[in-house]
Write a protein that binds this ligand. Structure first.
Ligand code: N01
Length: 531
């Protein structure tokens, strides 16, 4: 008999809720978390300026009406320390600590078909058996540092934002080089510029950013909002993005241009990426509509950045707006008006190497005291691939995913019985409000495990044909949009050699939930249940 019903890998938003939900269903559960605290992404990404780009009222658990009434967020968009406080509060409030082992990384998980259980190994030498293995390792947790020649010789400190030191980094008066201008780079840059002697932003691809218009949460507004929280959460579950947004519901191309401009200007004044991109129905599917929005945004850069050459270099042109994650910032573009900030174009003159005193590009040398990599993650599959996971017949997951990650409904991989992946490849995950998608997956997994146990089955496994059909559908939906036109991490383009497969599901959170529920109602159609 296995030691445990379920081993959970990771204790971020997904792992924390998995422990609570599975334990509440009467299962014995143990979560292993590599960090010395809970929080996952929100534990590791503690760089200055880290802030969520989904509003706090949305980016929070809905499973407990009491929790959502008791907890008060201080800002519209929560900063990383507040999200981490919230997650610690959840762990306290629901007494989850006894079932979470911190500072322990899952290193291997091997399916034993004879015993119908997983043998899970951790880096402290433990071996635990469990009937089910749930991955809650996150979509953006395997950070990636580019292989720059000479990096080891650099005389100063260097950091990756996804592994930021808890004690912080001191940039006061220093010459700092920042590589990466995605959501992270755009957040951290103004914070560094405010204290550094000089900040050099090494830009390979210019990026779009909308204002946050972050503000404190007004207590009267909060009181009124919380009165209708349950109904609001239900709308979120049924919505496309996991956040109810008020768009026009019309295509931009069907509206008079002046009205489109006025509408975009209003969204711009309101702040926030989802409402801005969701203003019109055709922005992410029709290049002509997308161009209107992109040009609107380039105009905002031109009117913000004083030096016209710098402004032009900051104007994104390489991909449709929204096809890479839309960044949010109130101060990134204005930062380039500071005398201590220089934008360096590494598209035309790429980085050659690092030398002890700084960074060498094809156009010249930059003397630096510190380097910051905001260069992203081996997303969606990287963290799982770093665990030695072996399924039926000892097949490694890395081998199964050699041509790209795949899973039936984005939650279960054929050949890997009794293993579930929270927000896995082929689910809405990163293209939705993660918390809504995490809750949906965890609850679906809980019901599936309950079904297996109640039916006296020993294993549940996705059929290869169901997985193939699902991934075909994921691809078909993706290629009906503009998303594949960007070299994004959604498609694996940011990792040299990674197969180009569009991984998140773009069919919408509400329809996806309905599909998952229908599969469950049809006795787990597409799965094999074995006794
Ligand atoms: O990573 P990214 P991120 N040489 O992969 C550049 C979430 N998130 O950490 O575009 C030079 O998006 C790369 O350049 P290019 C959010 O979902 C959310 O910023 O490949 N440059 C790019 O500029 C987000 O999408 C929040 O040409 C190199 C950057 O590094 C996801 O996390 C905040 C390079 C990487 O951008 C990841 O965001 C932060 C190289 N060798 C993150 N390699 C919020 O909620 C990479 N780059 C607000």
């Amino acid at each position: 008999m296995a030691d445990l019903d379920v081993v959970v890998a990771g204790a971020g938003f997904a792992g924390i809720y998995a422990v609570h939900a599975l334990r509440s269903a009467g299962l014995s559960v143990r979560a292993f978390e590599a960090g010395s605290g809970v929080g996952g992404t929100w534990f590791w990404n503690c760089y200055p300026g880290a802030r969520c780009d989904v509003e706090s009222k949305d980016y929070s658990y809905s499973f407990s009406p009491e929790l959502e009434q008791e907890w008060s967020w201080s800002e519209r968009y929560p900063a990383q320390p507040e999200v981490l406080r919230y997650l610690n509060h959840v762990a306290d409030r629901f007494g989850l600590w006894p079932d979470i082992q911190l500072g322990t990384r899952v290193t291997a998980a091997v399916w034993d078909g004879e015993r119908a259980e997983w043998l899970v190994q951790t880096d402290d030498g433990q071996q635990r058996t469990a009937r089910f293995f749930v991955s809650a390792v996150g979509c953006l947790s395997a950070h990636q540092v580019p292989a720059l020649p000479g990096l080891q010789t650099f005389a100063g400190p260097w950091y990756h934002t996804g592994q930021w030191p808890k004690e912080g980094a001191d940039f006061a008066g220093r010459r700092v080089g920042l590589i990466g201008t995605g959501s992270t780079g755009i957040q951290v840059a103004p914070e560094i510029a405010a204290v550094a002697g000089h900040l050099y932003v090494f830009q390979r691809t210019a990026n779009f950013a909308v204002p946050n218009r972050n503000k404190p949460v007004d207590p009267d507004w909060e009181h009124a909002f919380k009165a209708g929280y349950r109904e609001y959460r239900q709308h979120a579950r049924e919505s496309f993005l996991g956040v109810p947004i008020a768009g026009t519901g019309r295509p931009a191309l069907a509206e008079p241009p002046a009205q489109v401009q006025a509408n975009l200007a209003q969204k711009w004044r309101d702040g926030g990426g989802m409402p801005f991109l969701g203003a019109y129905t055709d922005v992410l599917v029709d290049r002509a509509a997308n161009d209107i929005v992109a040009e609107f945004m380039r105009d905002r850069i031109r009117e913000t950045v004083a030096d016209p050459d710098v402004a032009e270099l900051l104007c994104p042109r390489a991909f449709p707006v929204g096809a890479k994650r839309l960044c949010q910032s109130d101060d990134y573009f204005a930062m380039f008006n500071r005398p201590n900030v220089t934008l360096v174009d590494i598209r035309s003159a790429p980085i050659d190497s690092v030398w002890p005193g700084g960074l060498r590009t094809r156009a010249g040398d930059y003397e630096l005291d510190a380097l910051v990599f905001a260069t992203g993650f081996d997303a969606m599959s990287g963290a799982l691939n770093r665990i030695d996971i072996r399924g039926v017949g000892g097949e490694p997951l890395t081998e199964k995913w050699a041509a790209g990650p795949r899973a039936y409904l984005g939650v279960a991989a054929a050949g890997f019985p009794n293993m579930f992946i929270v927000t896995g490849p082929g689910s809405p995950s990163v293209l939705s409000n993660m918390v809504v998608s995490i809750e949906q997956h965890v609850e679906w997994i809980r019901e599936c495990i309950g079904y297996v146990l109640a039916g006296g089955y020993c294993a549940v496994e996705a059929k290869p044909s169901a997985e193939d059909a699902w991934m075909g559908h994921v691809t078909e939906v993706a290629y009906s949009t503009l998303f594949p036109l960007a070299d994004s991490w959604y498609i694996g383009a940011n990792i040299p050699g990674k197969p180009r497969v569009f991984t998140p599901y773009l069919g919408g959170v509400g329809p996806y939930r309905a599909r998952c529920d229908a599969v469950a109602s049809a006795d787990y159609e597409g799965f094999v249940l074995s006794s």
